[in-house]
Design a protein around this ligand. Structure first.
Ligand SMILES: C[S@@+](CC[C@H](N)C(=O)[O-])C[C@H]1O[C@@H](n2cnc3c(N)ncnc32)[C@H](O)[C@@H]1O
Length: 256
């Protein structure tokens, strides 16, 4: 199923993407972790490439992105993205040195088929940046927006499903999230709760599009109240000064 915009996953980026690139700017420290996983690759496939976050000039990138709205927001200096989906990649066997898919697998209609395709077209490592569904609810946001994180826990594929689909040998590492992380996914605001009161910041995280206006309003009211009364700071204020946070964000690196 593709939407009018071409979106192929469980989210219509034609609706939610207008501010994506301003709130989801690649973070250089996370970029470093991804670059290490890609090793010395020259040609790199980026699946679910979106607006081009984490595509490095050090690689020759081929980007695949089904959403027209996302493709249209890619900076001019990046490769034009190909309109295709993970589940059917239009490339030859072993065409790329390495491949990556970042913040994307939880949206695919058939994650196993998509990863088999990535493995098929890649000679070397396949890197997946995703969240561990077993850890999603550990974040303080669960106290204020349980529906949002329940949705996330349901959407993210279990890590053993990802490793089984890729075959070969896989390493999994927890990715530290810096306090001033520029890529605005929910946990990026672990020490800056006020940021999540900005509706546009929330819109840049697709999970919020799965709950209705009423749930968003309830969240806004309860977090504002907790910040105003000091209850949030009493429980979680230590996070305001913590330089990095290990939450549910993980990087998988699968070798054939
Ligand atoms: C949260 S965005 C991440 C974009 C980019 N990788 C980043 O890190 O900013 C998820 C992307 O996955 C894409 N996507 C969803 N389903 C897909 C599929 N079946 N095949 C390829 N890409 C897909 C969406 O269109 C969207 O651009």
């Amino acid at each position: 199923m593709r939407t009018y915009d071409g979106s192929a996953g469980d989210v219509d980026y034609g609706t939610i993407s207008p501010l994506y690139a301003s709130y989801r700017r690649p973070d250089e420290r996370i970029a470093h972790v991804i670059a290490e996983a890609l090793g010395g690759a020259r040609t790199v496939l980026n699946v679910g490439a979106g607006t081009g976050s984490y595509e490095s000039a050090a690689h020759t990138i081929t980007a695949v992105e089904p959403s027209l709205a996302m493709r249209a927001q890619r900076p001019a200096e990046l490769a034009t993205a190909i309109d295709a989906v993970a589940e059917g990649l239009p490339f030859a066997e072993g065409q790329f040195d390495a491949a990556m898919t970042l913040f994307s697998v939880h949206q695919w209609s058939d994650v196993e088929a998509g990863l088999r395709e990535m493995r098929r077209v890649t000679r070397g490592p396949v890197a997946i940046l995703t969240c561990d569904p077993a850890r999603v609810r550990d974040f303080w946001l669960y106290e204020y927006a349980p529906d949002v994180l329940d949705t996330e826990a349901r959407r993210y594929p279990p890590l053993d499903q990802l490793t089984a689909a890729l075959g070969g040998s896989t390493t999994i590492q927890s990715v530290p999230i810096p306090l001033d992380c520029t890529d605005g996914f929910n946990e990026a605001y672990y020490g800056r709760p006020e940021m999540l009161l900005d509706p546009a910041a929330r819109q840049a995280c697709s999970a919020w599009s799965f709950v209705d206006d009423r749930a968003r309003q309830d969240f806004d009211t309860s977090l504002r109240r907790a910040l105003g009364s000091g209850a949030w700071d009493e429980a979680f204020g230590h996070l305001r000064g913590r330089p990095s946070y290990n939450g549910s964000l993980v990087l998988l690196r699968a070798n054939p």
